[in-house]
Design a protein around this ligand. Structure first.
Ligand SMILES: NC(=O)c1ccc[n+]([C@@H]2O[C@H](COP(=O)([O-])OP(=O)(O)OC[C@H]3O[C@@H](n4cnc5c(N)ncnc54)[C@H](O)[C@@H]3O)[C@@H](O)[C@H]2O)c1
Ligand SMILES: [Zn+2]
Ligand SMILES: [Zn+2]
Length: 380
């Protein structure tokens, strides 16, 4: 089969690799119909070698597809079922899964690495599992993970259900904005855009979006945000001015470790003194009101030397974060997609190029070329 393979910094190829097959009785194999390129893939694209990627690893973790084969212990799936495959691989029955903490699944986590649940296509810290940017995908723990969908759910929505939708849903949930309150969303990539849409759908009236790129701000505004150019003004000041000097009730960091805007950040990352660029996280922490919540959904890999412990203590700030516990939110999201009016996910996937064009679309997405927000690779 054809698959997107990582070789090194900003070096991916589309190559012929071995077809996946059933290895465990709880496996399934799906034929992939859509496979997203995620902001998380960009972290690997830019510095995978420091994040336990190996030459030849297959990328991708956001798959929609059709079941072609199941192991003997997968009674929930049948050949021909349309499915969305959650990006974290969870068993559904361990201590963590029973508590809804599917991204911490104890059955699949690579214990030696002291990390959470295994993830598709996401480094050897997270299990080294072959990824979903491919024609076919082996799905471990298929008795629990895949979500069977009817034809009313589009391929795009099915792909978004694997990551972007539950990630945004969790981010908004964790931000804990009270009725009548204000939510600020740092980063208006696919995840931040979806946070805006989910927040508005869930009744949050006031959503302030923040991003350096005008097309991304415009897209968020079309779905009910009021967006701010982080390069034109101090975003912390703008948010305070808009909230009677207090700050937002909830703030989402949907930027993560490759934040733009600080040269010191870039220098520390380049010299490997600090893996994360923390400019957006610092601004998110500064933008929340006393007693409010910062919900960090952007991915961070290392540590933060100047953690403002005294300030966060004094201001009684709550911090929530982590990988999305995908299955925790599936039922809520399906209800929202079927509600009247529905949670609108149309137009978020801006491009659906063939799988073979993946290398150029990694570049377009990384460079934030105008209008390129979410890419859903289409194998055939
Ligand atoms: N926790 C999870 O489960 C989970 C799941 C999916 C994605 N993610 C993470 O979410 C983050 C966003 O992913 P994405 O797919 O939307 O990709 P993305 O990289 O396109 O989104 C990041 C956005 O942040 C903006 N940005 C950069 N610097 C900024 C700054 N200083 N202030 C405000 N905005 C800034 C960029 O312009 C971009 O629009 C990434 O870190 C990704 O790894 C986490
Ligand atoms: Zn993703
Ligand atoms: Zn588990």
């Amino acid at each position: 089969m054809r698959a997107v393979v990582w070789h090194g910094t900003r070096d991916v190829g589309v190559e012929t690799v071995a077809d996946p097959r059933i290895e465990e009785p709880t496996d399934a194999v799906i034929q992939v119909t859509r496979s997203g390129i995620c902001g998380s893939d960009l972290h690997l694209y830019d510095h995978g070698s420091t994040m336990a990627m190996r030459d030849g690893d297959i990328l991708g973790h956001e798959a929609a597809g059709i079941v072609v084969e199941t192991g003997s212990e997968v009674p929930n799936l049948e050949r021909g079922d349309r499915v969305s495959v959650p990006f974290n691989i969870s068993c559904g029955h361990c201590f963590m899964c029973r508590r809804g903490l599917f991204s911490q699944c104890e059955t699949t986590r690579a214990m030696g690495e002291r990390k959470g649940a295994s993830l598709f296509g996401y480094t050897h810290m997270y299990g080294g599992v072959p990824g979903a940017q491919a024609e076919y995908l082996r799905v471990p723990q298929a008795h629990f993970g895949p979500i069977v969908l009817d034809d009313a759910i589009s391929d795009e929505a099915a792909m978004l259900l694997a990551d972007v939708l539950p990630t945004a849903w969790q981010a908004v949930d964790y931000a804990d904005v009270p009725i009548g309150g204000t939510l600020a969303v740092y980063g208006l990539g696919p995840v931040g855009q979806m946070c805006v849409r989910v927040a508005r759908h869930r009744g949050i009236d006031r959503v302030i979006g923040l991003d350096p790129y005008p097309d991304r701000r415009r897209a968020a505004d079309e779905h009910g945000a009021v967006s701010v150019d982080v390069t034109a003004a101090d975003p912390v000041e703008v948010i305070r001015d808009a909230t009677q000097g207090r700050g937002a009730d909830g703030v989402i960091d949907a930027v993560g470790m490759d934040a733009e805007g600080s040269t010191a950040d870039r220098a520390l990352q380049a010299t490997r003194l600090r893996p994360d660029r923390i400019a957006a996280l610092e601004q998110a922490l500064g933008s929340v009101r006393r007693g409010g919540t910062v919900s960090v959904i952007g991915v961070y890999a290392g540590w933060m030397g100047r953690f403002p412990v005294g300030d966060l203590f004094d201001r009684q700030v709550t911090l929530r974060w982590g990988q999305a516990n995908v299955r925790r939110w599936t039922a809520d999201i399906l209800d929202a997609l079927r509600a009247s009016p529905p949670l609108d996910v149309t137009g978020l996937v801006t491009h659906a190029p063939p799988l073979d064009e993946a290398p150029e679309w990694y570049e377009h997405f990384r460079d934030k070329d105008p209008g390129v927000v979410k890419v859903g690779l289409t194998p055939r």
